[in-house]
Design a protein around this ligand. Structure first.
Ligand code: NI
Length: 246
C-alpha cells in the first residue's frame, strides 16, 4: 500500500467511525433527558389535600380491617360514629384516636335530625357526645347529620361545625368496589371531602384502592380538621362545610 493508500484507509475508517460517535452522543442525550424530566416535574407539583370520611360505624368486622389498611398506608381518616354502636367497640374508638384519626358523631341511632324538638335532638346528639366523652375524656366532636339533612334547628343546636361532603359515590347502593373507586378517583380534587360507610367490606376495599390511586396522583390524605386548617378556615358551631377548596 502507498502513502496515499494509507491516508485513504485512514479517512475511510474515520468516515465509517464518525456516525457511530455521533450516534453514541445522541443516545446519551436522549437517555439523559427523560431521567431528569419527571423528577423535576414531581418537585414542582403542589400537594393536593383530601379527606376520607366514614359514616355509620363502628362495625368490628369491617372497621377493623379498614384501620389495618389505613395504618399500613399511614393515612388518617375521619369517622362519624353511631352512638348505639359504641358500647362493646370502645377498643376500636380508642384505636382510632391513638392512630391519628378524627372522631365525630352521626347521632345515637341514625335519626334524621330535622324537625326534632330539643329533647329528642339532645337524645341523639348530646347523648352520643357524652358516650364518646366517657371513653376519650373530651366532648368536642364534629357532627354529621344523617342523610346530610340540615335545617335551622340543627344549625342552632349542633354544638359543633356540621360536616357534609363533596364526593358521594353512594357506596350503599350497588356495593361494587370497582365502581366506587372509579367514581371517587375520577372526581377527586384538592380540598374534597369523600363520603363512604365503613360498614361494608366493599367500601373498605374501595377506600384503600382510592388511597393507593390518589397517592400516585400526589394527594395527601388528612382529617377534616386538618383540611380546614390547611385552608385557614376556622370551624364554627352550626355552620355547614362541604369541602375546603383552595
Ligand atoms: Ni349515615
Amino acid at each position: 500500500m502507498g502513502k496515499e493508500g494509507k491516508y485513504g484507509a485512514f479517512f475511510l475508517a474515520l468516515a465509517l467511525f464518525l456516525p457511530f460517535l455521533a450516534l453514541e452522543t445522541d443516545r446519551r442525550m436522549t437517555v439523559a433527558l427523560p431521567v431528569d424530566g419527571p423528577a423535576e416535574v414531581e418537585q414542582e407539583q403542589e400537594t393536593k389535600f383530601i379527606a376520607l370520611t366514614f359514616d355509620d360505624g363502628p362495625r368490628r368486622s369491617t372497621t377493623g380491617p379498614l384501620l389495618d389498611g389505613l395504618a399500613q398506608r399511614g393515612v388518617p381518616a375521619t369517622f362519624f360514629l353511631i352512638g348505639e354502636q359504641v358500647p362493646g367497640n370502645e377498643d376500636i374508638v380508642r384505636r382510632m384516636e391513638a392512630e391519628g384519626h378524627q372522631i365525630g358523631i352521626h347521632t345515637y341511632d341514625h335519626k334524621c335530625l330535622t324537625a326534632l324538638n330539643a329533647a329528642d335532638f339532645s337524645a341523639q346528639v348530646d347523648r352520643s357526645r357524652q358516650l364518646l366523652g366517657e371513653i376519650l375524656g373530651r366532648e368536642n366532636f364534629l357532627l354529621r347529620p344523617p342523610y346530610g339533612m340540615v335545617d335551622a334547628g340543627v344549625e342552632r343546636r349542633a354544638g359543633s361545625a356540621i360536616i357534609l361532603w363533596s364526593i358521594d359515590p353512594e357506596d350503599w347502593d350497588d356495593k361494587n368496589a370497582e365502581r366506587i373507586t372509579r367514581h371517587i378517583v375520577s372526581r377527586a380534587k384538592d380540598g374534597d371531602i369523600i363520603l363512604l360507610h365503613d360498614i361494608y367490606s366493599t367500601s373498605v376495599e374501595a377506600a384503600l384502592a382510592v388511597v393507593d390511586a390518589l397517592h400516585e396522583e400526589g394527594f395527601l390524605f388528612v382529617t377534616v380538621e386538618e383540611l380546614a386548617a390547611q385552608r385557614h378556615v376556622e370551624l364554627c358551631d352550626g355552620q355547614v362545610y362541604r369541602s375546603f377548596y383552595p
